[in-house]
Structures are given as C-alpha cells and as structure tokens.
Design a protein around this ligand. Sequence first.
Ligand code: UT7
Length: 326
Amino acid sequence: MTITRSVIKGCGSYLPEKILTNHDLEEMVDTSNEWIFQRSGIKERRIAADNEFTSDMAIKAAKQALENSGYLGDDIDGVIVATTTPDETFPSVAVKVQTTLGTKRGPTFDVQAVCSGFVYALSVADSFIKTGIAKRMLVIGAEKMSSIVDWTDRRTCVLFADGAGAVIIESEENSQGTINDRGIISSHLHANGKHREILKTSGGVSSNGKSGIIEMEGKEVFKYAVKYLSEVVQEVLEYNNIESSQIDWLVPHQANIRIIEGTAKKLNMPMDKVIVTVQKHGNTSAASIPLALAEGVNSGKIKKGDLILIEALGGGLTWGANLIRV
Ligand code: UT7
C-alpha cells in the first residue's frame, strides 16, 4: 500500500543586514560578552531595520526557497507563516506573502506558537498535504523579535533577534510509508498552558491594546526546555521504533547552546551531527529552525536522503518535534 508524504523541495533564508554583537550590547546594558556567550552561546545576532517588517523578511526567505525548489509562486497552493511578530494584528503576514509571490488561493494564514511555531506550522501544512487539501505548501518562520524586546532588560535583550526561513513541501504519492521513504515521517505537538506566565509579553490587543514586551523567567524556562525536549525526542524514537544513531542530523530550535547540548546528549548524538546557528543568529523564535535547516541544506551538510530531527520549545509553553527524511 502506498501513502502520501510531504517532501521538502527547497529551503531559503533571510537575515537582516545589521549585526548586533555582544560588545555592542555591553554599551547598551549592564552585561558582558563573556556572560552572554557562556550562558547562551550567542556571539552576535541580526536586527531588522526600522522599516523592515516581518513580511519583508518572510518574502525574501520564501523567494530563495522557491528558487531552490525550481517552482514559481503560482505552483504553490497555500502559505503558512509561523510568527509572533506580525506586521499588523490582522490580516496575516501570510496573505502579504501570497500577493507578493502570487501563490494560489488555498489555505493562507499565520500560526502563533512562539518559538515552536515552525514545528506547528510544518505539521499543519503536512496535514493539508496528507488529506489532499493541498499539493504544495510554503511554510515560513519569520520574526522581528527586536520589536517586542525591552532594550533595557539585560535578561532578555541579549537573547532575541530577527530573521526568516522558509521551506517548500510537496506531496509525494507513492511513499511506502517506511522510515526509509522521503518526507515528514511524524509530527509530535504539545502544550501546557500552566506555564504560560514564565514566558510572555506584558500585554496584548484584547487586554491593554498594546503588543507588549517580552518577560521571561529564564531559569524556569530552561528547566522545562530540558525536560520537555528530552521527553519529545524520546517520543519520536519510540513512536518510529528507531535508535538515535539512525538520525543523521539534529536541527534544534536555537535558544541556548546549553539546551541544544542537553538534547544532543539525551540522544547520544555528537555535536558534529547538530546544526548550530545560535552563535550568530541568537534566538529568532519561529525563524530559528527554518534558518538552521536552510543553512544545513544549502551548505551541503544535510544531504538528500538524510534523516533529520527538528525540535523546539517556546512560550505557552508549547513544544514539539518532526522526524523528516530530507
Ligand atoms: O526560545 C524560547 C525558550 N527560551 C529559552 O529556552 C531560554 C531559556 N533560558 C535560558 O536560556 C537561560 O536561563 C538564560 C540564558 C536566559 C539565563 O541563563 P542562567 O544561567 O539561567 O542565568 P540566570 O537567569 O540564573 O542569571 C544569573 C545571574 C543573575 O544574577 P544573580 O541574581 O545571580 O545575582 C542575573 O541577574 O546573571 C544575571 N544576568 C546577567 N548578567 C549579565 C542576567 N542577565 C544578564 C546579562 N548580563 N545579560
């Protein structure tokens, strides 16, 4: 029996021009390059220009993904953008991408799961493909986190950053549905709203009419990140009945090198099988996985046929993972 799988056809990324280094931050708040690097692994990050919006970054990343897939805008049935920092409260960033790229009139909307947004969006797009709603989807993670950072709060302003990454996924009808077949093999999505206070913004449109700024209890989030990410990667292994040694690459959300190392250790994976971009990208929330994926694929590290595991945890708390044969 054959089944439908969603296969990655192309990846793209975009980073704003402006580089903000740890040394630059030393001039802005009471911090040091050593503290930031030792606690998070970050050396520098990109910050969007004032007149550069989330949609601008999303469109640039999407254009590159289209180019790498060999498709044009109107070959794409729908667009899902994972973002916490849309240009406007509504309409979505996705409809801006649609009109600019000329994608079809299929499902086009934004997904809000903060740093887990890309894992959620990819899983939703995969469901549309598997159920025949779409044949080809553009999935983007795009964020202008700098617009919701409190630039006087050293606990958060040294961590977050801007950027966008995109993938094109396409229906492949003749998959045997095994671990050896290409495509998204499994999706694992979770949330626990009990932890919503430890990572949030200080407001929102229906409460105080503002978008709010990031407030984070870093140590608490760290603790749950290690716990829930360990659980979800174990769930992926058990669900698919595989050993971690079968995974070629771990492509984690890039929040903190210590969290990434913790998950790799849990999987017994050496760090040279992990795509790490946190040192130069910082935490770009929903954009971090597609940015890392694009770097892995477009640099030739991740090759066609490789088995990859992507995973993320973010505000909510939300967390999740996908096992994918590229
Ligand atoms: O992407 C969504 C999910 N987010 C995450 O996964 C982030 C999870 N959390 C983390 O990555 C880490 O908790 C942080 C990098 C945010 C912080 O690292 P930490 O080792 O947990 O440090 P801490 O928050 O316990 O702070 C230690 C000390 C504190 O001083 P006291 O109270 O010990 O005197 C902080 O005030 O470091 C101080 N501190 C700083 N010092 C210099 C906090 N921020 C800074 C700073 N520069 N930027």
